[in-house]
Design a binder for this molecule. Structure first.
Ligand SMILES: [Zn+2]
Length: 175
């Protein structure tokens, strides 16, 4: 269980030279782009980072993260808890031109003035780890529940109101 907070910025060359390990938490509500993409978040993301220099002299970061996010259900649009986890390998570069020289195994991260914006790095990885779509189980989904109990179309649903069963009922009632 992690309890320490990670800094928003680090000096990655020094950390790589000393082969340092960093681990800690970052608040999910600090990630504006994530919030914009999937809605308001609470709680923390757990992050583990190993800084190193590989045999070619490349400065890299082996990382892992884990978080429980609130993602909108594709059917009813209400948030549902979803665990995400990801592992990544980052290569430090000082320009976009150098990023092109990295092997495809490494994702480039930009180091400016010997500083790495850890907030941006972790947010990027979180966004990459998002599942394409999430759905509640049918029993838990507001759309399914509303349709079962009232027969009315749910607010968020764009599907036609009449189900085949409604149509059948109408036909039977008329005959
Ligand atoms: Zn739902």
């Amino acid at each position: 269980m992690l309890t320490t907070r990670l800094p928003g910025r680090v000096e990655p060359y020094k950390l790589a030279a000393r082969a340092e390990h960093l681990e800690g938490l970052m608040a999910l509500d600090a990630f504006a782009r994530l919030t914009e993409a999937v809605g308001q978040q609470h709680g923390d993301v757990e992050v583990w980072l190993d800084f190193s220099v590989d045999p070619q002299g490349r400065r890299e970061i082996h990382g892992r993260l884990r978080a429980t996010l609130q993602l909108p259900c594709r059917r009813c649009l209400r948030p549902m808890a979803q665990d995400v986890e990801s592992q990544f390998l980052l290569g430090m570069v000082t320009s976009d031109a150098l990023a092109a020289e990295l092997p495809s195994t490494h994702e480039p991260v930009l180091v400016e003035d010997e500083q790495l914006n850890l907030l941006t790095v972790v947010e990027d990885e979180l966004i990459l780890s998002l599942p394409q779509v999430v759905y509640h189980d049918e029993a838990d989904c507001a759309v399914s529940r509303d349709q079962l109990t009232s027969g009315e179309d749910a607010v968020a649903s764009s599907e036609p109101a009449a189900s085949p069963f409604d149509v059948l009922r109408h036909l039977k009632g008329k005959s």
